[in-house]
Design a protein around this ligand. Structure first.
Ligand SMILES: Cc1cc2nc3c(=O)[nH]c(=O)nc-3n(C[C@H](O)[C@H](O)[C@H](O)COP(=O)(O)OP(=O)(O)OC[C@H]3O[C@@H](n4cnc5c(N)ncnc54)[C@H](O)[C@@H]3O)c2cc1C
Length: 382
């Protein structure tokens, strides 16, 4: 069987790994000119962690993981308001959690593929046709590729979805926030914050930083932006929204590049992910948003589920089983993402205070139950 996968991100690379194990020929298209690095910090647990264990890549992931000891909420003056010790979260998850930069997770997935996997960088597709028993795609490098199955693993703004299922506006549901992230070096700030992730929250906006394993820092910004797509001038929006949040945030803003990662915080909601011999995977099919905090896990869980189903059944039946198995998990995560948004970036000062108090309780004896509710449904079940 030959499978064409559009998108060499977390979903596409994981799918390629599993498909190669079941003997399929895989061609990955990646529009980025070279492997992507950096990105943003990902808390990695649940289905993705389970899949990574089966792939034998957990030691590499732990070696590359950030050594964060505490998540601290601070006020504009940098004074600690509340904190969550990672040891408490780890204990609750029986140690099966790590924090890793998206670029590092992708690099480990990529190297686990081995030399035989073909990734065509700087390449996408422009047209998709159904042909008997498969699909044919015109690629941006001027060639045509025929395959038994095309998988769109090309993220939130999927081109495969647009070409086969119609315009993005039919499926993308903005949660009313924009987010931005970038990596930077600041030895002084890194020394001051140490192994802590520090977040400053004011009503409708949250800005902060995470320590990365190599000594750099990852800025993480989210603000309420109801019914407005992100403007082209990312840096301009960041400066206007996050200035005035205190000295720590100003130091983070001073490192903002011209072109940081910057996007809508959105979910993809579709009635079905498959049309003929084309199916969608990961964020392209069902982005849950950063508010749900398990998008990478859903992408990896979905990739393994799809590959296993393809091993056991004909393509059409496998696609139906894949979707039937994944959909309940996706719907639950999307619902929890919508519910979490108002606590992650509260719109009112009293909500920020309440959130911080609840976090404080989590560190007390028996407080694990508070965290437990927050993490409910995290086990993979896939
Ligand atoms: C700020 C932020 C924080 C997050 N935090 C977490 C977290 O803590 N935990 C968690 O589990 N998840 C988190 N997520 C979500 C997680 O990053 C995504 O769910 C995950 O990356 C989805 O993987 P994917 O492979 O489906 O899509 P993507 O990671 O978007 O990968 C898509 C790939 O397709 C490529 N591509 C795009 N278009 C084309 C095209 N036309 N042709 C060819 N290639 C194309 C892209 O370059 C990319 O390589 C976070 C997301 C954000 C934005």
């Amino acid at each position: 069987m030959k499978v064409l996968v559009c998108g060499a991100g977390i979903a596409g690379l994981t799918l390629a790994w599993w498909l190669r194990r079941v003997g399929a020929e895989v061609v990955l298209l990646e529009k980025a000119p070279e492997p992507r690095s950096g990105g943003y910090m990902i808390d990695f647990f649940g289905a993705g962690y389970d899949v990574a264990e089966r792939m034998g890549i957990l030691p590499g992931l732990h070696a590359a993981a950030a050594r964060i000891t505490e998540l601290v909420y601070a006020d504009e003056r940098g004074r600690r308001l509340a904190g969550l010790r990672y040891a408490d979260a780890r204990a609750l998850l029986r140690g099966r959690v790590l924090s890793i930069m998206r670029g590092d997770l992708e690099a480990i997935l990529r190297s686990s593929l081995g030399p035989g996997a073909e990734i065509r960088y700087g390449t996408s597709l422009t047209a998709i046709r159904e042909v008997p028993g498969g699909i044919e795609a015109d690629l941006t490098d001027g060639t045509t590729c025929r395959a038994d199955l095309l998988v769109g693993a090309d993220g939130l703004h999927s081109e495969v979805r647009r070409l086969v299922f119609g315009p993005e506006r039919r499926y993308l549901r903005s949660l009313g926030y924009h987010t931005a992230s970038y990596l930077f070096e600041d030895a002084g700030l890194a020394a001051e914050t140490g192994s802590r992730a520090v977040l400053v929250g004011l009503p409708g906006r949250q800005a902060g930083l995470y320590p990365v394993r190599d000594g750099r820092l990852a800025a993480f910004l989210v603000h309420a932006a109801p019914q407005a797509p992100p403007p082209a001038d990312a840096r301009g929006e960041i400066m206007s929204r996050y200035r005035g949040m205190g000295a720590l945030v100003d130091r983070v803003l001073a490192h903002c590049p011209k072109d940081p990662y910057h996007d809508d915080v959105a979910q993809i909601r579709m009635p079905g992910w498959t049309r003929g011999r084309v199916t969608l995977l990961g964020d392209a099919a069902h982005a849950v948003s950063l508010m749900a905090g398990q998008g990478s896990s859903m992408a990896m869980g979905g990739a393994r589920t799809l590959a296993v189903e393809l091993l056991g059944a004909g393509v059409e039946a496998a696609l139906e089983h894949y979707e039937r198995r994944m959909r309940p998990f996706v719907l639950a995560k999307q619902e929890s993402g919508r519910a979490a948004a108002r606590w992650m970036v509260p719109d009112r000062a009293w909500r920020i205070t309440l959130r911080n108090r609840l976090l404080g309780l989590a560190g007390l004896p028996g407080g694990g139950a508070v965290l437990g509710r927050a993490f409910r449904g995290l086990s993979s079940g896939l």
